[in-house]
Design a protein around this ligand. Structure first.
Ligand SMILES: C[S@@+](CC[C@H](N)C(=O)[O-])C[C@H]1O[C@@H](n2cnc3c(N)ncnc32)[C@H](O)[C@@H]1O
Length: 471
């Protein structure tokens, strides 16, 4: 975070504006709207600034900036078209430890003024720290269109009822749940359509009903890494959770989307090494739900694909605790989409098999004849340590050593890499790939190489994807 965002209460507080043109006028206008006492320094004023001075709304301190005027103010704004004056204001403010904004000159600013979406009392501030004002303007337009005009009404009602709710609901987590369920109920529709009386009646009714006391567990699929692949339900669940138990595969970008004051507990497992045993994870989910908390178990990919989600679901529901499952995009789907490899192809592959390479050591657990069938795509999760054996078993059962393969590591992340070659080189390719990685074995894997030669504008090519011929 380059700057610390804050909303300043300027009511009745003096702020110095240096400049008398239209930009200074805009700044003075915004400051007056926020209730600030505007002090002005400029040799010439726009007619609007002059009329504010004449009406006593703005105090014209003098025509030329005097650094001692900074001693009386909380903030300063330099909005002249004279670079030397702007720099002098910035230097003097810095020396006096006053916050200063120099219009269109981020280097000279100690604070910046964000773009605002105003649904008072709700205000949304956005900023690129002076790097991309046009981008911010576009974003603001999009948000303006999406955020209901009457959002402020909802916030005003909530403000009026806050103390009453606080008296009725003792704990912070109860109150949070009350407001969350209220804001996603018919109350929101009534408030946003301006029906304040109807909204307040619904609020009262919900308060009389009280907050459900039991907790719940949600198994959430986080997908393979790109936060854009989270479902809307997954996003909502992690933003409502009181506590999130997450595995090691979850990327920082996704963890950053969890509600800030929710507890985050890593229970990661890597390469079969269990940092928290599964039984203990089950106990943690149950014990926290029993405290009445909304517990999220955030899992890489899809919870029910090689994720032990089924075990967690049953252990939780066996205790009578409600448990919901939110599917995620499994790594195979993400990897193939981002690498430009179709899982099926009407000429080459009519079926797909997802298997885990972990079980390869257990001879009875794998039906190699089925895996070696032609005209199918085989996706192997967690196969790295058994790559050699996979090649041996498949080729012994008739899969050609020349069958195309792709090893995709860090699928869907900016660090994604695709190592393409043939089945005979699988071990070599796998050895180069950083975990997590999976194998795609079958004719479709050749599509990646062909596509790279013909089409550079695909999703895959936007990532740092390399194709190595390790055969
Ligand atoms: C315990 S399994 C979890 C699979 C997960 N539930 C899913 O649906 O993708 C972990 C394995 O999934 C594969 N995997 C998960 N995320 C991946 C990614 N971003 N890129 C490549 N492989 C990934 C790797 O083979 C990894 O060893």
């Amino acid at each position: 975070m380059q700057t610390f965002p804050l909303f300043a209460n300027l009511t009745g507080r003096p702020v110095l504006v240096v400049g008398g043109g239209t930009v200074a006028e805009r700044k003075a206008h915004a400051l007056l709207d926020a209730g600030a006492c505007v002090h002005l320094a400029a040799p010439q004023l726009t007619s609007q600034l002059q009329s504010w001075v004449d009406q006593g709304k703005v105090w014209l301190r003098g025509s030329h900036f005097d650094a001692t005027w900074l001693d009386d103010v909380f903030l300063a704004v330099a909005a002249t078209d004279d670079a030397a004056i702007n720099k002098a204001v910035s230097d003097a403010a810095e020396a006096r430890k006053k916050l200063v904004n120099v219009v269109d000159n981020p280097q000279l600013c100690s604070y910046i003024v964000p773009s605002i979406i105003d649904r008072s009392p709700v205000q949304i501030a956005i900023s690129s720290n002076g790097t991309a004002p046009v981008l911010i303007r576009q974003l603001r337009q999009q948000l303006e269109a999406q955020i209901p005009q009457q959002l402020g009404n909802m916030a005003q009602i909530a403000g009026r009822w806050r103390d009453i709710v606080k008296k009725r609901l003792g704990s912070l987590s109860e109150r949070r749940r009350f407001w969350e369920s209220l804001f996603s109920s018919r109350f929101a529709d009534a408030a946003q359509s301006g029906d304040t009386a109807g909204a307040e009646a619904l609020l009262q009714a919900q308060l009389d009903r009280g907050v459900p006391q039991h907790g719940e567990v949600t198994l959430v699929g986080a997908g393979p890494g790109d936060p854009g692949l989270l479902t809307l339900n997954a996003l909502q669940a992690i933003q409502h959770a009181d506590i999130v138990f997450h595995d090691a595969l979850i990327t920082d970008e996704i963890l950053a989307l969890i509600r800030r004051d929710a507890d985050r507990v890593p229970v990661g497992k890597r390469g079969g090494h269990h940092s928290v045993p599964q039984e203990r994870i089950n106990e943690l989910l149950i014990s926290h739900a029993r405290k009445g908390l909304r517990v999220v178990r955030l899992k890489g990919g899809d919870p029910f694909v090689f994720g032990r989600g089924g075990e967690e679901l049953h252990s939780v529901t066996d205790q009578g605790i409600p448990c919901r499952v939110i599917p995620g995009i499994t790594a195979a789907l993400g990897a193939c989409a981002y690498a430009g490899i179709p899982l099926t192809h009407r000429d080459h592959s009519q079926s797909v098999l997802f298997v885990t390479g972990h079980t390869c050591r257990n001879e009875n657990a794998i039906d190699w004849d089925t895996l070696a069938r032609p005209r199918q795509t085989l996706v192997v999760y967690m196969g790295t340590v058994n790559a050699q054996k996979i090649t041996r078993e498949l080729t012994q059962r008739g899969r050609s050593a020349d069958t195309p393969v792709a090893v995709v590591s860090h699928a869907t992340r900016p660090s994604q890499k695709v190592y393409a070659g043939t089945l005979s080189a699988l071990d070599n390719l796998a050895a180069q790939a950083a975990a997590p990685a999976l194998f795609i074995i079958g004719e479709v894997a050749a599509a990646q190489q062909e596509k790279r030669l013909t089409d550079t504008e695909t999703v895959a090519s936007q990532l740092d994807t390399v194709v190595l011929d390790a055969a």
